[in-house]
Design a protein around this ligand. Structure first.
Ligand code: 5AD
Length: 443
């Protein structure tokens, strides 16, 4: 979601004549889009901004800004805490960034030419704005870019007790279905083959704005409408919540062939006691039953998840329950996070905060389980032909190409320009557990 928001901001700047540079030392404007979901993410962007301050030496006209979630939650504290931050823009104001950069730039130029007095000046905008969910809709596409993210909603009303997002991203607001479909049509016309619909809790899309129709939730109606776009080859979404993941969505995986067989399905914990304390609204058994239903509807479906270890009060038994459920489901992969207390969230004030060492142990232990399954899932594909959408050169080795399988696994292979942006079979020869390696069928 942050990448998507950043893309909108760069597109706005580029459309006014700014140019992107891969080198911050060359830049006149450096904006950091920030994440608040864990403290580490905030510390990283604060550290990065600190380092960037050195670039200001001898170039007072340079502009530095924080955008996004940490900007939203810390506001002008970010200006006061640094000698060089000029701009702080929250999550509902990305579409104002280009205006603010223009304003700051003009002011700095006047200052440089001594037309104005020297004084510290900054812009902070962390207001809410009705309709801001409709503003993330334009794309900067690279040549032959085959995949794109489409933001379908903003905010979250779930209030999981560990999570800062409801306060940084605001209340749930959905875009209009026609707007989303039009955006996807535009992308397909520019060569995009696969879109991923994005939302904090995508399956709750439109629940305040639109009616159910023929027993179908607004989200499944949206999936159908996007699925019907001619020329679109693959459809994905991320991330859903087990609450509101009903049969209409389960059966969409059986009905809609372009809907790729992968669900990133955040579990968070396998202990009912902890799930309750997290305000997740489901039990371990209910979650497991949903995964079984998905597998019955689409036997090849890949399942990945998010898990938090060391939530306040998590005992050895609670952790073991998580581990047991992870083994029962057999995820294709999982992100494991050590619980990180977030400001103004209910869980941060709970008794029984778990020592860092215990979080570390559980993280390590669970990672071994997750990796064992990831490896087995990859090995099961060795010797098979897997359909791949080639995205371009591999990030780790630009001499090779990289793409994704229907189950969203990374596939690495040798190929040429002609493969980029195309869909074709790759015969899998080897798996590391993280990536699959193979040889493409002739194209
Ligand atoms: N501490 C650790 N992990 C967290 N997540 C969200 N909030 C926290 C927190 N306070 C994790 C959840 C979520 C993912 C995006 O980040 O697992 O699904």
């Amino acid at each position: 979601m942050n990448e998507r928001d950043s893309e909108q901001v760069s597109r706005d700047l580029v459309s006014r004549g700014y140019e992107m540079t891969p080198d911050e030392k060359e830049a006149d404007v450096v904006l950091l889009n920030t994440c608040s979901v864990r403290d580490l993410a905030e510390q990283k962007s604060l550290g990065k901004m600190g380092m960037l301050g050195r670039l200001r030496a001898g170039r007072p006209e340079m502009i530095f800004g924080f955008l996004g979630c940490m900007a939203q939650s810390r506001g002008d504290e970010l200006v006061r805490g640094s000698g060089h931050v000029d701009l702080v823009v929250g999550t509902q104001k990305f579409h104002r960034v280009a205006d603010y950069v223009d304003q700051l730039w003009q002011r700095k130029v006047r200052l440089r030419d001594q037309v104005m007095d020297d004084e510290r000046y900054s812009i902070v905008d962390v207001e809410e704005e009705a309709g801001s969910q409709e503003t993330i809709r334009e794309h900067v596409l690279a040549e032959r870019q085959a995949t794109a993210f489409v933001s379908i909603m903003q905010g979250c009303n779930m209030h999981c007790t560990f999570c800062i997002v409801p306060s940084t991203r605001g209340a749930e607001r959905s875009r209009r279905m026609e707007e989303i479909v039009r955006e996807v049509e535009g992308l397909v016309a520019r060569g995009v083959r696969e879109v991923t619909l994005l939302g904090q809790i995508v399956n709750l899309y439109g629940r305040h704005e639109f009616e159910k129709r023929d027993e179908m939730s607004p989200f499944v109606q949206l999936l159908e409408a996007v699925h019907a776009v001619p020329g679109l080859r693959r459809l994905r979404f991320t991330s859903p919540h087990p609450i509101g993941f009903r049969d209409d969505l389960v059966y969409a995986f059986a009905r809609l062939p372009k809907l790729m067989p992968h669900v990133h399905f955040p579990l968070q914990s396998g202990s009912d006691r902890i799930l309750k304390a997290m305000h997740r609204g489901y039990t371990a058994e209910k979650y497991f039953a949903l995964t079984e239903k998905l597998r019955a509807a689409r036997p090849d479906i890949a399942l990945t998840t998010d898990i938090i270890v060391g939530f306040p009060g998590e005992s050895d038994e609670d952790y073991t329950a998580t581990r047991t459920l992870v083994e029962r489901v057999g995820f294709d992969n999982a992100f494991i996070f050590k619980y990180s207390p977030r400001r103004d969230t209910p869980a941060s004030n709970l008794e029984g905060q778990v020592p860092e060492r215990v979080k570390e142990e559980r993280n390590h232990d669970l990672l071994a389980v997750v990796n064992r399954f990831a490896k087995a899932k990859g090995e099961a594909l060795v010797g098979q032909r897997v359909e791949v959408l080639c995205e371009g050169p591999s990030k780790t080795n630009p001499d090779r190409l990289s793409g994704r399988s229907p189950g969203n696994k990374i596939v690495i292979f040798e190929g040429g320009e002609r493969h980029i942006g195309e869909i074709f079979d790759v015969r899998i020869e080897r798996s590391t557990g993280f990536s699959l390696y193979g040889t493409p069928a002739v194209l």
